[in-house]
Design a protein around this ligand. Sequence first.
Ligand code: MCA
Ligand code: AMP
Length: 505
Amino acid sequence: MNQNLFATFARRMRERGDADFITTRQGRGYRYDEALAIITRLAGALIELGVTPGDRVAVQVEKSPEAILLYLATLRVGGVYLPLNTGYTGEEIHYFLADAEPALFVCRPGDAENARSIAADTGCPQVATLGTAADGSLMEAAERATPRDDIIERDDNDLAAILYTSGTTGRSKGAMLTHRNLGSNAATLAEVWRFSEEDRLIHALPIFHTHGLFVACNVTLMAGASMLFLPKFDADVIFEEMPRGTVLMGVPTFYTRLVADERLTPEITANMRLFVSGSAPLTAETHRAFEQKTGHAILERYGMTETNMNLSNPYDGERRAGTVGMPLPGVEYRITDRETHESVPKGEIGMLEIRGPNVFVGYWRMPEKTREELLEDGFFVTGDLAMVDERGYIHIVGRDKDLVISGGYNVYPKEVEQVIDELEGVHESAVIGLPHTDLGEGVTAVVVPEPGTNLDEAQVLDHLQGQLAKYKQPKRVFFADSLPRNTMGKVQKNQLREQYQDTYR
Ligand code: MCA
Ligand code: AMP
């Protein structure tokens, strides 16, 4: 039996025929039958460009309906889709291409020259471009290509995608996700969140992460629903579109911005049936304010790049503010002592571990890292601290990993510290996340200069420009004579977080 996830999607797409799949506010979009036709052409183009089953297809393009068709065409030909944040700099892209060794790199038309040079450097044999107006060399190749309407057979455990997540060591790790991982999660979410053909998802997330790509698009495809594709979150547009939408998926920043807006009323949200939040903690305060202003209880869920979605508040029943709900069907969890991995007594805080068909198969070419986080009994160590309350709702109470989540984007301090430390005159640095009213956490650096040097904030920020994606760059840089350390010599980031806690609020 063909276990290619695309085979499942294709069945659904054929059933939906001339129903809308993706629409845009500019009136450019695809019905399901149109999307299928373009995918066969894109599949032909990918094969002609040399993509064979198991090959990675790395993609750094702006959000467009065609980018989703490219994702689907990659699945169809048995390729491994590898989306990259549009904010990554040339240096960051260099690392990903060298590590993943894709057969093809699809970039923005304006980046073609630079991309070719990075591809040449890293041994990537092909570069193609994709713009936001169905333009670029990939679409031209698709027009000329012989359409491929076969679907390459894949095993359940064959890779469908690799998504890079930054690592505590500063080196990004490629999370390897299989057809089974993605397919099982999409089917589960479509069911528990009651997606149907009638749904119209307002899609305002980026499409290079789990949230915007898999949770939003795979679930839409499973249900045969439709999506309104917006280039980015813009509260004005969301308010205009809510009367024609049924579901919104967002990071907490979406909801804090909507709650702060006087246009948020029961009337404007009357056609909406579901608001989902995830990727970072939604405060109980925002949850309550949203419900009070609209009558809708936001449904908060919890996931990771390595696992897709694990836990979710119920569709029916109480959606408890400040909690991430219960395990999804087929997903097991345990809350453990981080050393022994034995479960802690109910109600106590411990490490959250997850097992299920959604859990990835490891980090690309990092067997040791994989062994550390993916235990022999199949449980994945999330690095998040959790506790379960008397009613079975799980609370994420903190992180046992040095991670900052800014507006839903993950920033690993180590990666930023390493680049800051390369600047002449810097002795050492510590990067922390501080409470931020809009972004949840704001990336912040505390820098210790070499004695006798005169560094200022602008110099540090200038140095990071072009080396690190914008969202990883600190919003503020502070200077100190030394960093607080414990007796083991470990930097006490808690103390720094306390000292600068009011910076952004
Ligand atoms: C934009 N900027 C940011 C961020 N976004 N800085 C830090 N953190 C950010 N998240 C920068 C811009 O470059 C700009 O800089 C300045 O901040 C102001 O931008 P603004 O217009 O306010 O930003 P925006 O375009 O409104 O974006 C904020 C946003 C966006 C809507 C929160 O970041 C977003 O869509 N985030 C979603 C991330 C996401 O999808 N995460 C899911 C990961 P300048 O002015 O200097 O140029 S998947 C995941 O975590 C798991 C699996 C899960 O559970 O879902
Ligand atoms: P990523 O590696 O980008 O997939 O981010 C996963 C991390 O985001 C998790 O390990 C959590 O720390 C965090 N996260 C995702 N959803 C939630 C949530 N609902 N509440 C708190 N943290 C979350």
